[in-house]
Ligand binder design. Structure first.
Ligand SMILES: [Zn+2]
Length: 445
């Protein structure tokens, strides 16, 4: 018998977690945080590590796994598919409930270790590294395959769980980028092979943009947009500050390359930036340190900004704070907490979108208002998404021809978009496409 338990990420974007149970053996895909709840909680109460699991669940910070509490002893692996916190961030808090190794790609392992060390968490589960496009036998009946996938952070994978009934393909957070600027393309050969053999029993898939009628543009488009702003406008005599997702190593790489072309000294500022960059450097994925000065701590940033201010048109500053987070470097610069004054027509480049939650929108509005007071030039949305849109989802379904589809990663509106697409593609939706909420269960056979 194969059952899928949809534990988190099926009512919202966030706290992803799914359990696949095959004849009494289980595998957990993703164990993520609900970021908004996490930030709210940690802002009001410092020590999350001393908070018990029950409270974390009650506060909506981690997935509620009570539906699978009777299976905790039979879990064979916990598999975070990539380093984003809504897929990885609950591992330090919840893994202890399962006597199982955490298996993920080298970059994800590095980020996980940073999370554990930063919070000084006692972590006992073994951590295993599995490279992209590699296999691992978990038990005589179950093995996993990591299929490389393009997304907005390095070494993201789709997980193929091979069972005697066929493959369960978990594709949560992916895009089809034929022109990635860093890393390799999604392994469509492996996916096509599944399709040819007609053995994908179920596809569990990212529906964030299932309603967006388009193909998600390649990262190379975001690179062109950045080039257009950074090299295609007159920046002479102006300070340039760019901000993006700290885990988006590909985007940071483009920003650094254009900064070098402009002959500017490049400085990264902020905790989370240094965290992800160090993780990438630890596994030799990239070497920013030869071109970039990286600063993590507030005192150091303060000192350096005071020095930079005198010569600010010689610098490109890459800072945290793209969502307007109150404690971030950009917010502190904007509100004058750092000894660094913005001048009219200095450049602020937002290489991101505002994640559409109430708190982010409010924070961003406050930040932008402060920036406007300095009369700076603001360049917003210099960005493309890391999530597949409707036409990419159609391509994936055509490639792997799954029997069953479970839309994941989104609220009912987002997941319904995928349901409608499957309907349009001829699926007998009542039997084979499953709209399930958090805490749900689907029996496949
Ligand atoms: Zn992601």
């Amino acid at each position: 018998m194969i059952e899928i338990y949809t534990l988190g990420g099926y009512n919202e974007v966030g706290k992803n977690m799914t359990l696949v149970r095959v004849d009494g053996e289980s595998v957990i895909m993703d164990m993520g945080l609900h970021l908004e709840s996490y930030i709210n909680f940690t802002e009001s109460r410092e020590d999350i590590t001393q908070t018990n699991t029950k409270t974390l669940i009650k506060r909506n910070i981690v997935p509620d796994f009570s539906k699978i509490s009777q299976f905790t002893g039979e879990v064979k692996a916990i598999i975070p598919t990539h380093a984003h916190l809504d897929h990885l961030g609950a591992v330090p808090f919840l893994a202890k409930n399962f006597d199982a190794p955490v298996v993920c790609t080298p970059f994800t392992v590095e980020v996980l270790k940073t999370l554990i060390n930063d919070d000084e968490i006692e972590f006992k589960n073994p951590i295993k590294t599995l490279n992209i496009n590699s296999n691992l036998k978990l038990t005589p009946n179950l093995s996993i395959e990591f299929i490389n996938s393009t997304h907005s952070t390095p070494q993201t994978v789709m997980v193929a769980l091979h069972t005697k009934y066929g493959v369960i393909l978990y594709a949560n957070d992916f895009k089809f980028d034929k022109f990635p600027t860093f890393g390799i393309k999604t392994n469509t050969d492996a996916l096509r092979e599944f399709g040819k053999r007609h053995n994908v029993l179920c596809l569990i898939v990212d529906s964030t943009y299932a309603n967006a009628e388009r193909k998600t543009p390649s990262e190379s488009v975001a690179r062109e947009m950045l080039m257009d702003v950074m090299l295609g406008t007159d920046t002479k005599g102006k300070c340039i500050i760019a901000t993006t997702f700290s885990s988006h190593i590909a985007r940071l790489k483009s920003i650094v390359e254009f900064g070098k072309k402009m002959n500017r000294k490049i400085v990264f500022m902020g905790r989370s930036l240094s965290k992800y960059v160090r993780a990438a450097e630890n596994i030799n994925l990239i070497n920013f340190s030869k071109d970039v000065t990286i600063m993590r701590y507030s005192n150091q940033i303060k000192r350096e900004l005071k020095r930079i201010e005198k010569d600010k048109d010689k610098y490109l500053l890459v800072v945290t704070g793209h969502q307007g987070e109150p404690g971030s470097t950009l917010s502190k610069i904007a509100s004058g907490e750092y000894p660094f004054r913005l001048s009219p027509e200095d450049f602020i480049i937002f290489s991101c979108t505002t994640i559409p939650t109430a708190i982010n929108q409010e924070n961003r509005a406050i930040l932008e208002e402060k920036l406007h007071r300095h009369k700076v030039r603001i360049f917003k949305d210099i960005h493309v998404s890391g999530h597949a849109s409707r036409e990419d989802l159609r391509d994936l379904i055509n490639l792997v021809e799954p029997n069953h589809i479970i839309p994941a990663h989104g609220d009912i509106k987002m997941r319904s978009g995928l349901f409608q697409l499957a309907d349009e593609m001829g699926y007998e939706t009542e039997r084979f496409v499953h709209l399930v909420s958090n805490g749900g269960r689907v029996v496949l056979r």
